[in-house]
Design a protein around this ligand. Structure first.
Ligand code: HEC
Length: 99
């Protein structure tokens, strides 16, 4: 109970200075540093679009070759437009290159 209250008060604090969905995303998962706004956007899209039907999959659990098959399928599942799909792909490929 104490923990929940603590988290929600952080949420409220952060909400005061930035867009709402960004902060919710940070609370649900980890915060990672990305070198560009496009990658940060891809990370956000990944979290908001890819965890609805199954748990959020670990990006690092699949190789680039596997993602090249999976992502177009899942982009369709998530009804992403081409721009969102590109942004998520950029993010995933960048992320697995950090391994
Ligand atoms: C409309 C529902 C839905 C959405 C939205 C969705 N998925 Fe999936 N996804 C599935 C189903 C169904 C499976 C197959 C069953 C499973 O592995 O859980 C799957 C499987 C996967 C797998 C495992 C594939 C494998 O071969 O092992 C990955 C990785 C994945 N999804 C990633 C994503 C990503 C990334 C997104 C966001 C772009 C996404 N999913 C959005 C329904 C969805």
């Amino acid at each position: 109970m104490k923990k929940i209250l603590f988290i929600s008060s952080i949420g409220t604090l952060l909400l005061a200075c930035s867009p709402k969905n960004v902060e919710i995303v940070k609370i649900e998962r980890t915060t990672i540093m990305t070198p560009s706004a496009d990658l940060a956007n891809g990370f956000e899209l990944y979290q908001t679009n890819c965890g609805g039907c199954h748990e959020l999959k670990n990006e690092l659990a699949y190789s680039k070759e596997q993602w090249q098959v999976i992502l177009p399928k899942m982009a369709k599942e998530a009804h992403l437009d081409a721009k969102q799909e590109k942004s998520i792909s950029n993010y995933v490929y960048w992320r697995i290159n950090q391994k």
